[in-house]
Ligand binder design. Structure first.
Ligand SMILES: Nc1ncnc2c1ncn2[C@@H]1O[C@H](COP(=O)(O)OP(=O)(O)O)[C@@H](O)[C@H]1O
Ligand SMILES: [Mg+2]
Length: 342
């Protein structure tokens, strides 16, 4: 049942929204029943879904990137497909193709596996550039054109991609114009010793199977709730200052970063900071955005969009560290909410 249906049942709009918010917490709990630790990755996956953003998980093999993405897809419901990216993949394996039927002497369109609500693009940097760009086009346009006809993708449509660290062997790194299409790039660390022990207990014999908590209709109504999270003018200004500081660091007291940053972040980062901040605020039970929400998502929204200079790369400067420096140099506003401001 959707929020709208619940309202027509006689319950108030807030009750419907509250019920959906409870389901959101239950979804996280359900994913946690399977995945040990990795709280940051799990929270970010859910925030990306709420913000209608695609999410790139980056980490060494075996840290549960694939398991987390497929578990989340089960918990949220909707249709799901996984594409394992390999060096021999071609674009039509992803988007579909025209197939000739000799019996009827006609062509048919065979749609590819991208026509689902959740697409797991596994090890996305193991496929060559033309396949990556086919995927990233789909991500931006949310439609596929085959033989002159346009086929819209289902809604919601969200790509959860995983990649091994770019330094690994045999990878084709995503160009930055393609990384820019992802709302988040989330680094997935190794588990701690305690977590390893728990993984051993939980996963070795009969690993838990996730159940379904949400459905696409409820997810859509939660996305709409996230859209309605209020953004104070001072917080919007703060977002813009963070973005501008990556483009003109000298003007924000960060002269040393001018040497490290080749190109600052794009307007997609501005939009992403607000969209992800709103979704995080909703997850934390608020209907207004705080500077803290923005700060919290800043590294995951901006890190992969920064283009560092050759010298900075050679010196091993980390983009995430650059974002943290920007956060410490740009003062957040003191926002006091009252009814009149909303
Ligand atoms: N945090 C974790 N919680 C539960 N199981 C884990 C965790 N980390 C690793 N595992 C186990 O290791 C396996 C490998 O995870 P996988 O998702 O295939 O890794 P990746 O996609 O990062 O290479 C999982 O199927 C699971 O059995
Ligand atoms: Mg994997």
């Amino acid at each position: 049942m959707t929020v709208a249906e619940e309202r027509s049942d006689g319950s108030g709009p807030d009750e419907g929204a509250d019920a959906d918010l409870r389901l959101l917490q239950q979804s996280i709990a359900e994913v946690r029943r399977v995945i040990v630790g990795q709280d940051h990755m799990i929270e970010r996956l859910l925030v990306a879904l709420l913000a209608r953003g695609h999410c790139l998980l980056e980490g060494v093999p075996g840290v549960a990137k694939t398991l987390a993405a497929s578990t989340l897809a089960t918990v949220v419901g909707g249709t799901f497909a996984r594409i394992q990216f390999t060096p021999d993949l071609v674009p039509s394996d992803i988007v579909g193709t025209r197939v000739y039927h000799p019996s009827s002497e006609s062509f048919d369109i065979e749609l590819g596996p991208v026509f689902v609500n959740f697409l797991l693009a596994d090890e996305v940097n193991r496929a060559p550039a033309k396949v990556q760009s086919a995927l990233l086009e789909v991500m931006a346009e949310r439609q596929v054109t085959l033989a002159g006809r346009t086929h819209p993708l289902p809604r919601p449509f969200i790509v959860l991609a995983t990649q091994n660290p770019v330094e690994s062997e045999g990878v084709y790194p995503l160009p930055e114009v393609q990384r820019d299409r992802f709302l988040f790039r989330v680094r997935v660390p190794h588990p701690t010793a305690t977590e390893e022990l728990e993984i051993l207990h939980r996963m070795s014999v009969s690993p838990p199977l996730p159940g379904r908590v949400l459905d696409p209709a409820r997810l859509t109504s939660l996305q709409k709730l996230a859209d309605q999270v209020s953004v104070h003018q001072l917080v919007a200004d703060y977002v813009v200052r963070l973005v501008m500081a990556t483009r003109a660091p000298g003007e924000y007291g960060l002269r040393e970063l001018a040497e490290a940053i080749e190109i600052g972040v794009s307007p997609r980062a501005t939009l992403g900071l607000v969209a992800a901040g709103r979704a995080l605020a909703l997850l934390r039970g608020r209907d207004y955005l705080l500077p803290d929400d923005v700060r919290d998502v800043a590294v995951d929204v901006m890190g992969h969009r920064l283009m560092l200079t050759f010298d900075a790369l050679a010196d091993g400067v980390e983009p995430d560290e650059v974002v943290r420096r920007v956060l410490s140099a740009v003062p957040p506003p003191l926002v006091v909410w009252n009814q009149a401001q909303r």
